[in-house]
Design a protein around this ligand. Structure first.
Ligand SMILES: NC(=O)c1ccc[n+]([C@@H]2O[C@H](COP(=O)([O-])OP(=O)(O)OC[C@H]3O[C@@H](n4cnc5c(N)ncnc54)[C@H](OP(=O)(O)O)[C@@H]3O)[C@@H](O)[C@H]2O)c1
Length: 325
């Protein structure tokens, strides 16, 4: 049983704790919050007793084995490094870094702690339907793809009212690419590899980050289009093309339906998935940590690094820069 500590007390942390408990591989031991009452509210919500910390050093000095980090984006890298320095495994929400400088610093800390593991919580890549697509692209000659993930954010109304919530702020590395676009970049890099070229045409908001946009990834034999946004609710189907055939599925962040359409027939390839979309990743991370599966960690870490290199190219092409110390 892994002793779990959590940073960030919003709904996503409660959802991860729920997934962790359903997997029966974690026990919540510590909650960090800037405010005791907020941490207590989370403990009450999930119905688990845990030690509450408002001091991050004391939190990391506790006996937790693995920390789940769900703070604002720009804090992920420094908190990951602090966790590794304290001897803890890390599950960090996407994006694990908001610029390549942060990525390099985390990578250096990872290399300096070969007994520990850091997993970026790109939850969708652990799901059964995503893995079914892994198999499909490995055994077919892909000729292109259009992938979509676009949802109207519950915080966009605040932006329209002139406010700057963290997820739409430059200071915290917010915006559509960093929040939802990264799911698409993960999918493209996992399925097709690192592209030769990646460009992003973004619609900028008054807060200084992208609200929505279209990315184009160029591979030697085909191109891939990625459509993302936090200012619209999209029902667009995602598609991978193989000659005259099309593999069609719903939004990449959470794939429920998977259909192969040829000119003569339609086959449902959908796999059953967990009700809680974080359960597959919680299972995978616990298995890797508990069995010290360095190969699984290395595979995930290599993919994360490739994804963030592409994210860097995309930000540069859109003129998106997040400065950090
Ligand atoms: N995997 C998914 O499906 C999914 C879904 C949603 C979000 N996420 C990820 O989860 C992370 C958190 O997202 P969110 O929307 O919950 O973010 P958020 O509400 O802006 O902040 C998350 C937590 O960080 C702390 N925090 C807020 N402002 C802060 C500040 N100025 N300085 C230091 N700490 C601060 C708060 O905890 P305390 O007040 O307790 O300190 C808050 O609960 C993001 O990286 C996001 O990408 C993932």
């Amino acid at each position: 049983m892994l002793r779990l500590g959590v940073i960030g007390t919003n709904w996503i942390t409660a959802q991860f704790i729920d997934a962790a408990y359903k997997q029966e591989a974690y026990q919540l031991s510590a909650i960090y919050s800037r405010h005791e009452a907020t941490a207590q509210a989370l403990a009450d919500k999930v119905g688990v007793k845990a030690t509450i910390y408002t001091d991050l050093d004391a939190f990391f000095a506790s006996d937790l084995d693995v920390v789940y980090i769900a703070s604002p984006n720009s804090l992920h890298a420094p908190q990951t490094i602090q966790a590794l320095t304290a001897g803890k495994h890390v599950i960090v929400e996407k994006p694990l870094a908001v610029n390549l400088k942060q990525l390099a610093a985390v990578d250096e800390a990872v290399q300096a702690h070969p007994d520990l593991m850091v997993f970026e919580a790109a939850r969708h890549i652990y799901d059964a339907n995503f893995k079914r697509i892994n198999e499909f692209v490995a055994t077919n000659d892909v000729s292109g793809a259009t992938l979509s993930y676009m949802k109207y954010s519950s915080r966009y109304d605040a932006v329209l009212a002139g406010e700057t919530p963290n997820v739409f702020s430059r200071q915290f590395g917010g915006g559509a690419l960093m929040d939802l676009g990264i799911y698409l970049v993960y999918a493209a890099v996992a399925w097709f590899g690192v592209p030769n070229r990646a460009t992003y045409q973004a619609k900028m908001l008054n807060t200084g980050v992208d609200g929505d946009g279209v990315m184009r990834l160029s591979y030697p034999d085909f191109d891939v289009t990625l459509i993302t946004g936090k200012t619209k609710n999209s029902e667009l189907t995602s598609e991978i093309y193989v000659g005259r055939d099309t593999l069609a599925f719903d939004q990449v962040g959470e794939i429920h339906h998977l259909t192969l359409k040829t000119e003569t027939e339609t086959t449902d390839l959908s796999q059953p998935i967990f009700d809680n979309p974080m359960e597959a990743e919680a299972k995978a991370f616990a298995e890797a940590i508990e069995t010290n599966d360095r190969e699984a960690f290395k595979k995930a870490w290599t993919l994360a690094n490739s994804v963030h290199q592409v994210m860097g190219q995309l930000r540069q092409s859109a003129g998106l820069h997040f400065d950090t110390k």
